[in-house]
Design a protein around this ligand. Structure first.
Ligand code: FES
Ligand code: FES
Length: 78
């Protein structure tokens, strides 16, 4: 099993739009954090689809250790 790369030590705030889909990078290899850019190819990782229910700012996990993916649950500071 591959290990996720810690892409960031902090969450990444993004203004999302209700009804839009976002593809969170679970592997940490994307250059377009927090979103997938296809760099997971050849690993056991796949992007995770997130559908915004509201237009607001959400904090996506950048450390890839969250238990509430794709959103930050505070695990980056533990
Ligand atoms: Fe990953 Fe907060 S950035 S849990
Ligand atoms: Fe990380 Fe696609 S680049 S899941």
């Amino acid at each position: 099993m591959d290990k996720a790369v810690r892409a960031s030590d902090t969450p990444i705030g993004i203004d999302v739009e209700a009804g839009k889909h976002y593809f969170w990078c679970s592997c940490g290899r994307s250059a377009k954090q927090p979103f997938c850019d296809g760099s997971h190819a050849g690993t056991s990782f796949a992007p995770l689809k997130y559908t915004a229910t509201e237009t607001r700012k959400v904090f996506f996990c950048g450390c890839k250790a969250t238990a509430k993916s794709p959103l930050c649950d505070g695990s980056h500071s533990r």
